[in-house]
Design a protein around this ligand. Structure first.
Ligand code: PLP
Length: 393
């Protein structure tokens, strides 16, 4: 059957492909170490699970408003106030089935056919695909590794034309883990204001910040920038709730209304019990979140140190999220591999270590290693990677 051109052009997610292959090898009895995961390895804190369970027993098992329960919107409103001193009315908030769904609704509500969205590379794999599905055109701007994978204001300005509608800022970044400073965000935001471009600020890793780095949202810079920004966030990474599928967007009221209307005709509300779980997550203090953050930071420090000892690998030190994004070009070349995809595939076959090739993130010299798995596993994987590189020199 002929499927639509719109869907035909979608590239399958590279992160899911490698995870599937690793899973298959594991099922065949191989000792596979998966560093492909895009989710925390902890269980969801128990108070959240209990709140969701209790809500169902109390009869909260029916439809809610498509854009989310009022009580959850109020809890998100409070979270934005407490964490970022940002004031939003509940009409400026929508609850969605994960941050991914918020982004997808956003592009569909924002873009007309041919509108352009500037996406810094390396990028999270779904941005270009979501923009395309919404009829938009992704404009990829390659950040330089020497500049810690951050786009410069000059690069942003040079990528803009009259069809540019939005710019995606993802700090901390998936896959690089780098964090933009307040000054860097300010310089980019000024350009967006000048050209009337919407800033899509994906803050899903906001709570996973290390080395005392402070998270800054463009919306915090000024009222003007706030009005030009749509914040995307959710509980997936902060509260280890990836499977619950709760995210949110905060931004312009008309845009949010458009997104809610779209949700009302497609998904309807995000699962009600998951909304109750998220409500508990946002109403409770962040002790459990902080405990997970500290654990990630410990793993980052140790695994980064170990990674630096491996010949043929260079890595920008991340300040957030739970990924390392080393450049393995030297190892790929000296091993005689055609590209990083082949290198990663052979690594999985020979050493049973699953990493995600950077090609899917627009960075063909790098691989993404997730340390959202025990330190013991990460260290064993790094030993295997070193052995693999030595073997193929
Ligand atoms: N944005 C980024 C940068 C991500 O890495 C992810 C998940 O991997 C998402 C959004 C989606 O988050 P969610 O699971 O809440 O849909």
């Amino acid at each position: 059957m002929n499927i639509s051109k719109r869907v035909e052009q979608i590239t399958p997610s590279s992160t899911l492909a490698i995870t599937a292959k690793a899973k298959q090898l594991k099922q065949e009895g191989h000792d596979v170490i998966g560093l492909g995961a895009g989710e925390p390895d902890f269980n969801t804190p128990s108070y959240i699970i209990e709140a969701a369970y209790k809500s169902m027993l109390e009869g909260h098992t029916k439809y809610t408003p498509a854009g989310g329960m009022q009580s959850l919107k109020e809890a998100i409103q409070q979270k934005l106030q407490n964490d970022q001193q940002l004031s939003y009315s509940t009409d400026e908030l929508i609850v969605t089935a994960g941050a991914k769904h918020a982004l997808s609704l956003l592009f569909q509500a924002l873009l007309n056919e041919g509108d352009k969205v500037v996406i810094p590379a390396p990028y999270w794999v779904s941005y270009p695909e979501q923009v395309k599905v919404a009829g938009g055109v992704p404009v990829i701007v390659e950040s330089k590794e020497e500049n810690e994978f951050k786009v410069t204001p000059e690069q942003l300005e040079a990528s803009i034309d009259e069809r540019t509608k939005a710019f995606i800022l993802n700090s901390p970044s998936n896959p690089t883990g780098v964090v933009y400073s307040k000054e860097e965000i300010k310089a980019l935001a000024e350009i967006c204001l000048k050209h009337d471009i919407v800033i899509v600020s994906d803050e899903i890793y906001e709570k996973l910040m290390y080395q005392s780095t402070v998270h800054v949202s463009p919306a915090q810079l000024s009222e003007q920038v706030r009005n030009q920004t749509v914040i995307i966030n959710g509980v997936s990474k902060s509260h280890s709730m990836t499977g619950w599928r709760i995210g949110f967007a905060a931004g312009n009221q008309a845009l949010i209304k458009g997104m809610s209307n779209l949700a009302s005709h497609t998904t309807s509300n995000p699962a009600v019990m998951a909304q109750y779980g998220a409500l508990a997550a946002y109403q409770e203090n962040d002790d459990a979140v902080e405990e997970m953050r500290q654990s990630f930071e410990g793993r980052l420090e140790k695994s980064f140190e170990r990674l630096q000892q491996i010949d043929g690998v260079e890595c920008v030190k991340p300040q957030g999220a739970f990924y390392l994004f080393p450049n393995v070009r030297k190892a790929v070349e000296s091993g005689g591999f055609t590209d990083v995809d082949e290198w990663a595939k052979t690594l999985l076959e020979e050493e049973k270590v699953a990493v995600v090739p950077g090609s899917g993130f627009g960075a063909p010299d790098n691989v993404r290693l997730s340390y959202a798995t025990s330190l013991e596993q990460v260290e064993a994987a790094l030993d295997r990677i070193e052995r693999f590189i030595q073997k193929h020199k």
